[in-house]
Structures are given as structure tokens and as C-alpha cells.
Design a protein around this ligand. Structure first.
Ligand SMILES: CC(=O)CC(=O)SCCNC(=O)CCNC(=O)[C@H](O)C(C)(C)COP(=O)(O)OP(=O)(O)OC[C@H]1O[C@@H](n2cnc3c(N)ncnc32)[C@H](O)[C@@H]1OP(=O)(O)O
Ligand SMILES: NC(=O)C1=CN([C@@H]2O[C@H](COP(=O)(O)OP(=O)(O)OC[C@H]3O[C@@H](n4cnc5c(N)ncnc54)[C@H](OP(=O)(O)O)[C@@H]3O)[C@@H](O)[C@H]2O)C=CC1
Length: 293
């Protein structure tokens, strides 16, 4: 029996969690948006409102749909408010211990038939599933950033994920208007297995002095027709997330070609995480981003 999804819980109200709540609400799902910090839930709701207003100004959404969608999103200060959801999508920070802790706290609160999904960029679905009370109803639903604009969603089954869970996740993802690519449960799946080593190589190119931040990004935008340069994209993703993904690839595939660039490590250690901290390879505090190297 395929579970019918009507209400979605989103855990983590950062850039991805907010984007996921946004697209679910616009598609007609009721959403409960949770985060460890109440302030983050409020800032997440504010960014959703801003992004929907942008879609209205571009004629991609009418005002009535925007207000109806916003009304479908409930701030869930406590995980207890996820007790009646049919699907949870975890989108907290890319840290396995934190994700495991969330699942341990969350599972006893959920309906037995609720599906539990993670938006992880890279971590083993099989291993995360094993920490829950429902490995057969656990799956990777991996959105791309920014969620309202990016068409792709990677679906990743763990070894125990049942067909009913996979089918329900496909129906749900299609209702969001997304295109599905199915990846097997290997480190960083498909998109990040290919994209992050490219970004890491761009950081090595900077670290070794081959080019400046601006030259490297210009080279790839004009030379390879990328919409964003790799360093601009790294700042957009978040340098902490980029580093976590490279570490998962390096440890998971045991190949030195995935070793994170020391400059990436240093930026994360300095707290320069990119757009979300106003500083990474660019400084975002002014009118336009300024290269920092
Ligand atoms: C890390 C993982 O696990 C997986 C991943 O996500 S990997 C990363 C995948 N994402 C990418 O590669 C993104 C690459 N960048 C792009 O495709 C484009 O730069 C972009 C779609 C983000 C922006 O489009 P653009 O035309 O080049 O620039 P821009 O004009 O700034 O944005 C176009 C529209 O999208 C909107 N937009 C930009 N960022 C946005 C965001 N974070 N949320 C919602 N809307 C956004 C802009 O507001 C803009 O609308 P306006 O023209 O009204 O301002
Ligand atoms: N960034 C990207 O381009 C993409 C990221 N992803 C994945 O999505 C997930 C989220 O990434 P992203 O949105 O960029 O990260 P952000 O740092 O923007 O947001 C993470 C959010 O999780 C919150 N959080 C931390 N611990 C907990 C907890 N125990 N319970 C609830 N919330 C918690 C953080 O709060 P606080 O800040 O207060 O700690 C923050 O609000 C990661 O797994 C990432 O790999 C997937 C696709 C693309």
C-alpha cells in the first residue's frame, strides 16, 4: 500500500530546509517547519516569503497562491508538532552525529507509518536508516540549491528501503514538479560525486596560485558556460557543507584524489563559510561581492 502524503515535516530551517518547505507549500502540502533555534524558523519563514514574493514579481506565482502557500507553513518550535505528519524531510547541518541525534529524538514521536527522508548531500542512507526504528521507510530525497529553481531531485534508497516507500517518494517528488534521478547509495550519490571534486579542484587552483578568485570564476563561467563560478558556487552551497562532502568522499572511497584542499579546511576553521556568514571566497557585506583573495 503506497502511503499518501498530505502533511510534511521539515527539520532544519536553513537555506535548504526553507527551500523545501517553500516548494512543498506551493505544491499544496501542509508543512511543519522545525529547527533547533526558534530564530532560525522565523528567519526561514522570512526568506520563504521573500522568495515567493520574487516569484510573484516574475509572474511565476500569483498573489493568491503565495498567501495560500504561506498559510500552509506552520512554525514547529517543538518536534512534538511533527506527530501527525506523513513524511519528514530532515535538512539539518551535514553532520552525521547531529542527524543521528535528530532521528533518535524524532522517531518515537512519529506515526508508525510515517516516512522519514533525509536531504543529506553525501552521507550513507543505509547507515543513517540503521539508526532509526523504520529503515524500510527511510529514504534519501536530495534537493538541489536553490530548491525553488533547481529542477532535479536525487532519490537514494538504502539497502532496507521498501518499494512502497520508494513509490510514495516518487509520487511526492513529482507533485513538487521536480525531475527525479535515482542514485545508488554510494558516497555523495551522483551530483556531488561529480560536482564537489570540481569545486575542490578550483580551490586547489586558487591555493596553488594558478589564478585569482575572480580569474578562476570568470574562466569557468565564460570558458565552460557555468551559471556560477565554482568558488562563487562553493560560497553559495556553504564551505562547511562542501568540506563535509569532501570528507565523506575521502573516507568513503579511500582515494587521495578526494582529499579536501587545505585552504577549504582553513576557511571553515576561520568560520568563513560563504554567503551564510557574509564571507568566504567573496566578501558579501557590501553592495556587490568582493573577492577575498
Ligand atoms: C550541495 C548539494 O548537496 C547539491 C547542490 O545543490 S549542488 C548546487 C546546485 N546548484 C547550482 O549549481 C546553482 C548554479 N547557479 C544557478 O543555476 C543560477 O546562478 C541561479 C539559478 C542560482 C541564479 O540564476 P541566475 O539567473 O544566474 O542569477 P540570478 O539573476 O541571481 O537569479 C535568477 C533568479 O533566481 C533567483 N534566485 C537566486 N538565488 C535564489 C535563492 N537562493 N532562492 C530562490 N531564488 C533565488 C534570483 O532572485 C533571480 O530572480 P530575479 O531575476 O528576480 O532576481
Ligand atoms: N547547501 C546546499 O547547497 C545543499 C545542502 N544540502 C544538505 O541539506 C542539509 C542542510 O544544508 P543547508 O540548508 O545548506 O545548511 P544550513 O547551515 O543553511 O542549515 C542547517 C540548519 O540546521 C539547523 N540545525 C542544526 N542542528 C539542528 C538540530 N539538531 N535540529 C534541527 N535543526 C538543526 C541549523 O541551525 P543552526 O544554524 O542554529 O545550527 C540550521 O538552521 C545538509 O545535510 C546539506 O548537506 C543538500 C543540497 C544542497
Amino acid at each position: 500500500m503506497v502511503v499518501e502524503i498530505k502533511k510534511v515535516g521539515v527539520i532544519g530551517a536553513g537555506q535548504m530546509g526553507s527551500g523545501i518547505a517553500h516548494v512543498c507549500a506551493v505544491a499544496g502540502f501542509d508543512v511543519a517547519l522545525n529547527d533547533i533555534s526558534k530564530d532560525r524558523i522565523q528567519s526561514g519563514l522570512a526568506s520563504i516569503n521573500g522568495n515567493m514574493a520574487r516569484q510573484v514579481s516574475k509572474g511565476q506565482l500569483d498573489e493568491e497562491s503565495r498567501t495560500a502557500a504561506l498559510d500552509r507553513i506552520t512554525p514547529a518550535d517543538s518536534m512534538d508538532q511533527l506527530a501527525d505528519v506523513d513524511l519528514v524531510i530532515e535538512s539539518a547541518v551535514e553532520n552525521e552525529q547531529i542527524k543521528r541525534k535528530i532521528f533518535t529524538q524524532l522517531c518515537p514521536l512519529l506515526k508508525p507509518e510515517a516516512i522519514l527522508a533525509t536531504n543529506t548531500s553525501s552521507i550513507s542512507i543505509t547507515r543513517l536508516a540503521a539508526t532509526t526504528d523504520r529503515p524500510e521507510r527511510f529514504i534519501g530525497i536530495h534537493f538541489m540549491n536553490p530548491v525553488p529553481l533547481m529542477e532535479l531531485v536525487e532519490l537514494v534508497r538504502g539497502i532496507a528501503t521498501e518499494d512502497e516507500t520508494f513509490e510514495a517518494s516518487k509520487v511526492f517528488t513529482r507533485k513538487l514538479g521536480k525531475t527525479i534521478a535515482v542514485a545508488e547509495d554510494f558516497p555523495a550519490f551522483m551530483v556531488n560525486r561529480i560536482l564537489l571534486p570540481m569545486i575542490n579542484e578550483a580551490i586547489y587552483t586558487l591555493y596553488e596560485g594558478v589564478g585569482s578568485v575572480e580569474a578562476i570564476d570568470t574562466a569557468m563561467k565564460l570558458g565552460a558556460n557555468h551559471p556560477m563560478g565554482p568558488l562563487q558556487l562553493a560560497d553559495f552551497i556553504g564551505l562547511d557543507t562542501c568540506l563535509s562532502i569532501m570528507q565523506v568522499l575521502y573516507e568513503g572511497l579511500a582515494d587521495s584524489k578526494y582529499r579536501p584542499c587545505p585552504l577549504l579546511v582553513k576557511y571553515v576553521e576561520a568560520g568563513w563559510l560563504g554567503r551564510k556568514t557574509q564571507r568566504g571566497f567573496y566578501d558579501y557585506r557590501g553592495e556587490t561581492p568582493v573577492p577575498t583573495r
